[in-house]
Design a protein around this ligand. Structure first.
Ligand SMILES: [Zn+2]
Ligand SMILES: [Zn+2]
Length: 377
């Protein structure tokens, strides 16, 4: 069947050449730049790290029943296996790490998106070569480095003489490390400017993170982030302040404010027998030691407070040094001074004073002289 040629056929054929030329030029036309939020890309990295840590913890706890030397010896291999599994199910199968997926990001082959093709409707997926190269460097490279590090430390390459081949290799590795760090820094500065490649490897392999779904919203709202930050700062401040707060002093002051004076003294400690040190008793009951250790609460080296109650010298002195407004546990009065308590028999007390003289510090000798005066009366 011979159809008549349409009237526009000749015109259509005429514009074919310029149209093809235009299509070719399309890639070099300026196109709206594709902007991916840098914070999402960095967050994805943090999430990946945290996920790996969590997985590692699980793995190590699985090995807790084995000999610790076994885990220590095969740690690089176990980490390698874990990394391989994670790599296979994330980058290799889905083209993005788990952290990136949580942030709605996916890798694309940036080589297919040069020039005007930056913001095309569909993204070119990674090629197999890119995926395998990425895995080899991240998973394999990490393993090789860890093993190499172990060998170097075990054989002490750094301490060998200068002309040794191993020492030369060691210096080479050291300088390579330095160069890598500098280049990484440059790359990161570039990332902060352009927002394209977080690591050198991504730049070399042209693997760029883009939004998996262009239309979906930002995952974490700013409100949530702000709240997180406020709480973080607040808890940090509290942790900093805690050691500076004297809890017992605060407790006493609040008690003094709220309770009448009669109640302050009427506690169970005032009912204790006279030969028991109230401080020792309190310490003992708070640490809930076994009931058989009751004898340890008997007063050693007795000292009497100005309110007339007796404690161990060590206990009462410590309390007074920590808190200059310390109150007697038995009567609740503020203790201003303490003096050595003397038993009824004067010869015994004298002996005790003489025996203890050289042991005790200057602070105490002052009080000792007071006691001696009392004895001489
Ligand atoms: Zn005591
Ligand atoms: Zn008292």
């Amino acid at each position: 069947m011979n159809t008549p040629t349409p009237f526009w056929e000749s015109d259509w054929n005429k514009v074919q050449a310029p149209l093809t030329a235009l299509r070719r030029q399309l890639a070099s036309f300026p196109s709206p730049p594709l902007r991916i939020m840098k914070v999402s890309q960095l967050d994805a990295d943090l999430l990946d790290d945290e996920l790996l840590e969590t997985m590692k913890e699980q793995l190590w706890s699985a090995f807790s029943l084995f000999k610790p030397s076994l885990k220590e010896r095969f740690k690089p291999e176990l980490t390698l296996a874990l990394n391989l599994v994670m790599y296979k199910f994330s980058i290799y199968d889905m083209g993005a790490t788990y952290g990136s997926q949580l942030q709605n990001l996916i890798y694309r082959n940036e080589r297919k998106h040069s020039g005007g093709l930056q913001s095309t409707a569909t993204d070119a997926p990674l090629t197999k070569t890119q995926k395998i190269a990425f895995g080899a460097v991240t998973v394999g490279g990490q393993y090789v480095l860890e093993r190499l590090n172990r060998i170097i430390t075990a054989q002490g390459w750094g301490e060998l003489p200068e002309d040794d081949l191993k020492k030369k290799a060691w210096s080479l590795i050291q300088s390579a490390g330095k160069v890598y760090r500098v280049v990484s820094l440059m790359n990161f500065l570039g990332f902060l400017y352009a927002g394209k490649y977080r690591t050198i490897l991504e730049r070399i392999l042209s693997m760029r993170l883009v939004y998996a779904q262009r239309s979906s919203n930002r995952q974490a709202s700013f409100e949530f982030l702000n709240r997180q930050m406020v709480w973080h700062a607040f808890t940090e401040f509290l942790m900093f302040m805690m050691p500076l707060i004297n809890v017992s002093k605060l407790k006493r002051n609040v008690k003094r404010l709220l309770l009448p004076a009669a109640l302050m003294s009427g506690n169970e400690l005032s009912e204790l027998p006279a030969h028991i040190c109230a401080i020792c008793h309190e310490n003992n009951s708070s640490t809930t030691t076994s009931p058989g250790t009751a004898s340890s609460t008997v007063i050693h080296n007795p000292y009497v407070t100005d309110c007339g109650h007796i404690y161990c010298y060590y206990c009462v002195k410590t309390k007074m040094m920590i808190d200059d407004e310390w109150c007697c546990l038995r009567c609740g009065k503020k203790v201003e001074a303490i003096a050595r308590h003397v038993e009824a028999a004067p010869d015994k007390a004298l002996e005790a004073v003489e025996a203890g003289d050289d042991k005790e510090d200057a602070d105490q000798t002052e009080q000792d002289s007071q006691t001696l005066e009392k004895i001489s009366k």
